[in-house]
Design a protein around this ligand. Sequence first.
Ligand code: SF4
Length: 414
Amino acid sequence: MSEFDTAAAQPGHPPWTCPFCPLLCDTFGVDVGPPGRSLKLVGSNCPRASTALAAFDGSPVAVQPQVDGRDCDLDTAIAAAASLLAASRQPLFGGLGTDVAGARALYALACETGAICDAAQGQAMMHGLRALQDRGGFTTTLAEVRTRAELIVCMTGDPTARYPEFFRRCGVGERDDLQTEMLPVHGDLFDTVSLLAAVVAGRIPVDDDRLPADLAALSMRLRSARYSVLVYEPGRLPAQGALVVEAIQRIVATLNRSTRAAALSLGGGDGAATVNQVFAWLSGLPLRSRAGPLGLEHEPLCFDAGRLLAGGAVDMLLWVSSYGPEPAPPRVDIPRIVLGHPGMRPRDGAANARGQVFIPVSTPGIGSSGHLFRTDGSVLLPLRPLHEDGLPGTADVVRRLTHAVKTKKQERVQ
Ligand code: SF4
């Protein structure tokens, strides 16, 4: 664990890197205050960060691990979790709300157990991945948008609803030569983006009577801008959203023949994009993959966590959510291990908790250090702790679990 970020702990003394959405803002501070008082954001009124910080109070955490609904120590919880994993024929690792170190440890455990891994936002993430795998794409960074973009077009609505500091990060309002536009949607999003792509490419004349006037105006604005950035949120895309992402990339590719353009995806929060990056560099495959008896397998549709659980295709769930009580694990009737924020401690009592293990873990950027990838994919930022929470990190717990599973397997062979 690195030193506490005492500078960030003082009001108005950034930098603190906010881990609560993939913009990873690093210019705000946090007022830690006396133990027992909720952490407060300083320098921004971002509601997403403020709500997330309210789940922490700067005190050491007294929440104990649980096995079958009963409090226990960490060693007992790890031994019980290892027994569940070793007995499982097909585990599923879900949620995946962790950082680089946690992801590396989870990958090793997934290889040891043959687990399938899918993030809580797996479905949204697959839209962009499918499009990238099928056609590739042009992307950009927040820094480049801030310094060079001339036009930002929001393809899936106002991004500030989910990413409150987005426009400020891009320098909107600071530069006279940077403008924003919202895509006017006429009926279906895919039809609208496809129509815009056809007009930008000149396949439909811009003065065609059947073309909505606002879409014609946007196409002309895109063609005249020196650098356009098309921003979209995979989480707002409909089913088969990869088709919309491909259409967005078609517009970008067309514009790049005569001017400059890029797409920027806003998604992969709660560590999902980071875990995907780590798995990709360790295995060559993104999430929704498994290192099983057939070697490495990637199944973007079949390895959907919701589908696997609904179809009874997995017999245990390991859920990781270290940034907050959400995303919460699904209710399942199979054995379940939760490595989570202390607020996720089950309250059902022992009666409904057989085969349930809960281990509270530290939150990177609050009670421990860590690293996360930003939404633009190429920037890795360090997270510094604000106070001592007394909890183990996800990576520590998972490494111990992996060792315990290996030991149990060896014992069985002997
Ligand atoms: S926009 Fe995101 S990263 Fe920035 S302060 Fe809000 S929650 Fe944190």
